[in-house]
Design a protein around this ligand. Structure first.
Ligand SMILES: [Zn+2]
Ligand SMILES: [Zn+2]
Length: 275
C-alpha cells in the first residue's frame, strides 16, 4: 500500500508540479510508513451485531475505541520525529522536544493518540504547547503514525462493511466525518473517511455534515482552469467538501494524497467563509 503511495506521490508531482511543496515532505513519511509492521488483534465481529449496527446507523467501532496497534504507531511516530528534527525545518526545535517526550515514556505518544481519536482539541493543544509545536502539525504526525495500524484494521474488517449501502454522512467503520469526496466513473458520489480512509456511497444532492437536502442552499465552485476538482458547500452549516471527478483523470491517486495536493482549494473555501 505505502509503496504505491510513494509511486503516486512521484506521479502527482510530475503531473501537477504545484502540489510539490505539500507532497515532498510527506514522501519521506510515506517511506517510513512502508517499513511499519503493525499487528492486528483478531477482531471477532458477529454477523448479527454487524447487521444491527448497520441497520441502526452505528459504525463498526466508535473511533475512540478502535482496536489498534498503538505500540507500532508509537514506534513510527518516533521515526517521524527523528527524521523531521534532523532536517532543516522552522519547527525543528519543537520536533526535537516531541522526540524527547516520546523517548522518555510511551505515555506521551499514547496521550497524543487518545486526544486525536477522541477528538479532544483541548488535550491536543496542551500537548502541542508543551513541546512548542503547531497543534495541526502534531495532529497530522500523530494521525499519520497511526495510519498503518488503522489500515491493517480496515483490511481485517472490510468483509463486514457494505460501502454501497451505508447512507450516512459518517464513516461505517469508525464513525468519523469525511475529509474528501469523489465521483466514481459511474457518476456515483463516494465519501472518504478522514481517519481510516474507508470510502462509501452517498447521495449526490445532500450535505454529509448536516444532512441538508435543499438544493437551493447547496452548491459548488471550481478553481479556475482546474478541471476535475470541485468544492461542494452547504450554506446551512457552512461546511465544504473537496470533490474529485475521477472521470477527468486517467489515474486517480489515493484520496489522502489528493487531499494534500489540493490545499489551495481549502484556502479558497476559507476565503469564502466555509469551514
Ligand atoms: Zn473511518
Ligand atoms: Zn450542511
Amino acid at each position: 500500500m505505502t509503496k504505491d503511495l510513494v509511486e503516486h506521490i512521484d506521479r502527482l508531482i510530475r503531473q501537477r508540479p504545484a502540489s510539490e511543496p505539500a507532497l515532498t515532505p510527506f514522501r519521506e513519511l510515506a517511506l517510513l510508513m512502508a517499513e511499519a509492521k503493525p499487528g492486528v488483534e483478531p477482531v471477532v465481529l458477529e454477523k448479527e451485531v454487524v447487521r444491527i449496527k448497520k441497520n441502526e446507523g452505528f459504525p463498526l467501532f466508535p473511533r475512540e475505541d478502535l482496536p489498534l496497534d498503538l505500540g507500532a504507531a508509537s514506534a513510527l511516530l518516533k521515526r517521524f520525529l527523528e527524521h523531521l528534527s534532523s532536517i532543516d525545518r522552522n519547527d525543528r526545535h519543537g520536533l526535537k522536544k516531541a522526540l524527547e517526550k516520546t523517548e522518555a515514556a510511551d505515555e506521551w505518544s499514547m496521550a497524543l493518540f487518545k486526544a486525536i481519536l477522541s477528538q479532544d482539541e483541548k488535550g491536543l493543544s496542551l500537548l502541542a504547547q508543551d513541546v512548542d509545536l503547531d497543534h495541526k502539525v502534531l495532529h497530522f504526525l500523530g494521525q499519520t503514525a497511526m495510519t498503518p495500524s488503522i489500515h491493517a484494521l480496515r483490511d481485517a474488517v472490510k468483509a463486514s462493511l457494505d460501502r454501497e449501502a451505508w447512507d450516512y454522512g459518517y464513516c461505517p467503520l469508525c464513525g468519523s466525518q469525511p475529509d474528501m469526496a469523489f465521483f466514481a466513473r459511474t457518476g456515483r458520489r463516494y465519501l472518504h473517511c478522514g481517519l481510516c480512509g474507508e470510502e462509501w456511497a452517498f447521495s449526490r444532492i445532500r450535505c454529509p455534515f448536516c444532512d441538508n437536502r435543499d438544493q437551493e442552499s447547496l452548491g459548488y465552485f471550481e478553481a479556475e482552469g482546474e478541471e476535475g476538482f470541485r468544492v461542494y458547500f452547504c450554506r446551512r452549516c457552512s461546511r465544504y467538501i473537496k470533490t474529485i471527478d475521477k472521470k477527468a483523470f486517467e489515474e486517480a491517486a489515493p484520496m489522502e494524497l489528493e487531499n494534500l495536493a489540493t490545499i489551495h482549494l481549502d484556502l479558497l473555501a476559507g476565503e469564502n467563509n466555509f469551514r
